[in-house]
Design a protein around this ligand. Sequence first.
Ligand SMILES: C[S@@+](CC[C@H](N)C(=O)[O-])C[C@H]1O[C@@H](n2cnc3c(N)ncnc32)[C@H](O)[C@@H]1O
Length: 457
Amino acid sequence: MTSKTAKNNQDDLSRRVEAFRTVFPEFVIKDASGALRLDVERLKETFPISEKSEFIWPGKQKAVLESRLETAKKLRPWREESRDWDKTRNAYIEGDNLDFLKIARADLAGKVDLIYIDPPYNTGSETFVYRDDFSNSKQDVSSNWASMFYSRLLLARDFLKDSGAIFVSIDDHEYANAVKILDEAFGRENYVATIVWEMKREAKGIPPKSMCVSNHEYILCYSKNGSYRFIGDFRDVEDGFSNPDFDPRGPWKRQYLQRFGQGFREKTIVDPVTGRAYTFETPYTQEKLNRWVAEGRVIFPTPPYKYPARKEFFCEYANPYKPIVTSWGLFSTKVGSEKLKSLFDGKKVFDYSKPIDLLTTLLRRALRSDGLVMDFFAGSGTLGHAVMALNAEDGGSRQFILAQTPEPCGKKSVAYKLGYRDISAICRERLRRAGDLLLTEAADQNLDVGFRAYRIE
Ligand SMILES: C[S@@+](CC[C@H](N)C(=O)[O-])C[C@H]1O[C@@H](n2cnc3c(N)ncnc32)[C@H](O)[C@@H]1O
C-alpha cells in the first residue's frame, strides 16, 4: 500500500467514525492522540454477539478491513478488446474482483438482479489453469479461502436490488464453510435454497477408500433482504394434463380428494348418475365437495380407482409458472467441457467450466427475461455465454457484467500454447466465439452479443 492510499484510507475511516458519532455519540471516544475511535468494548456490552452465531476464523477481521479499504484504482475503457462498444449493454472487466467490486459499487449499487459466482473450490489442486489452492499450511487450509470469499461477499451484497439474490456454486470441499460465511454476510434469515445438481451418474477410475464418490455440487441461494422469488418452471400443458373426455373446459389433471390417516373428518358425496354414496376422510369442506359434484368436476371411480377424484383444470392456473424443486438432475460436466472445446476447435483451454445448460436453466428459473446478472469469478465466461444463448432462444434482453482476473496460463497448458497468456483472454475469446455462433443461428440479428471491455489500472 502506498502512503497516499494509507492516508486516504485513514481519512475515509475518520469520516465514517464522525458520521457514526452523529447517530451514536455514546459509542465514540477520543484516543490518546485525540483521534476519534469506536468504543468497541461498550459496543460489545450493549450488543452482545451470541458466540454460537458468529463464525470466526483467523484473518476474518483482516478480511473485513480489506473490504473497507478504498482503492485508488480506476476502470479504463478497453475499446480494442470490446465488441459492439456503441450498442452493447453487457460489460467485461479484467482485474481482481475485489478492486472491481470497490470501484463499481457506487455506480452499480442496487442495480443488479442476480449475482452468480463460481469461486475457486479450494480443492488444493495445482493442475488447474487457475489457482485452486488457498492454503499456506495444513492448519489454515480454509482460512485464506474463507477470507477471500468473505471480503468479496461483503461488497457484493450492495450491488443487489432489494428483490435480488446471489447464487454461489460450491462443492463438498468448502460447502460447510460457504454456508457459514454466507450466513454472516447475507444473514441466515435471507437463506433461500440449496440447489443440488449432478455432474455425472457413474463413478469411474480407481475407487476411493470409502467406496463412495460424490457426483453432485451445490448452488447456494441467498436473497438480499428476504423478498427474492424464483420465477419457477413454465407450466406445460403436457405436464400431466390431458383431456380424454373432451371436457370443454380443456385439459385437466386428476387430484385425489381423500387423505387417509391425517386426522381429517369423514365426508360423503353421492354420484348423481348411479346414486352411490362415497365416504372418505378429506380436508375439503362438505360445501366445496357438493359444489364440485354439481359442477361436474368430480370423477367417480371406475376400477381400478376406489375413491372419487377431482378435475384440476389447466386453464384455472392464474400463474403460468409452477414452483421448482431444489434437485435439478444431471448436467454433465463432460458434455459441458465438450461444448466449450468445440468452440475452440476441439482444444481444451479451460478446466471445469460450468455446463452452459446448468446456467441457462438457472437463468430461466431464477430471473426475469430482462434482468441484469453479474459474475465476478467469470472463468471462461459461461454465464455471459448463457445470457446471450437464452436471449437468442426466447427473445429476452438480459444483460451481463463479468469480471475475471488476468490469471496467467501455465506455460505447459494447451491455452498457453494456443497463444492465450491468461484466463481473461480466454474468457473474452469465448464470448466472441459464442457470439459469432449464436448470430449464425439467431432469428434476430440484433441480438446483443457484444461487451464493453474495461481494465483495472
Ligand atoms: C471456478 S472458476 C469459474 C469458472 C466459470 N464458472 C466457468 O464456467 O468458466 C473460478 C475463476 O475465478 C477466477 N478468480 C479467482 N480469484 C479471482 C479474483 N480475485 N478476481 C477475479 N477472478 C478471480 C479464477 O481465475 C477462475 O478463473
